[in-house]
Design a protein around this ligand. Structure first.
Ligand code: ZN
Ligand code: ZN
Length: 152
């Protein structure tokens, strides 16, 4: 486990305890699975990982933990399409690149200033309350692009 993953989980546990949530090994396992994954997993993917250690866990429990983490602003959700939410433990400002071939979601660095410049430069946004931003770039990742090139 890297330091960053560790930090995320410790921060979550401390905060949830303070808010009166019960911290179960199952809940911690969900946090670990999410923190470990670099690929912005869906609830299904987290479920597949956690069930290896907790064979009796249900998908409802996974959703339950994710809902709590989201409600307490400890994770971000990324809505890729209508069916699937992806979850992200990284709360720092960054954009996402979605590959439409393999459905991977990559992190893309973006300066916070760029986003605040967009908001500042737009009359509508400037006079609104902004409570979140999401930048998603879509296309075909290098891995899938290479595959395509080699096949043609
Ligand atoms: Zn791809
Ligand atoms: Zn991300």
């Amino acid at each position: 486990m890297s330091e960053r993953e560790d930090e995320n989980i410790i921060r979550s546990i401390q905060y949830l305890k303070k808010m009166g949530y019960r911290i179960t090994p199952q809940r911690i396992a969900v946090m670990k699975a999410l923190s470990k994954s670099k690929n912005h997993p869906s609830a299904e993917e987290i479920y597949k990982e956690v069930i290896e250690k907790f064979p009796k866990i249900s998908i409802a429990t996974i959703y339950n933990v994710l809902t709590v983490l989201k409600k307490e602003n400890l994770i971000k959700t990324i809505r890729i399409n209508d069916e699937t939410n992806r979850y992200d433990y990284d709360l720092s400002v960054h954009a996402h690149f979605l590959c439409k071939e393999c459905s991977r979601v990559y992190d893309v660095d973006i300066e916070e200033k760029i986003i605040s410049d967009i908001i500042k430069g737009n009359i509508l946004l400037k006079n609104s309350i902004i409570d979140g931003t999401e930048v998603i770039i879509k296309g075909i990742c290098p891995k899938c692009k290479n595959k395509k090139d080699n096949n043609s």
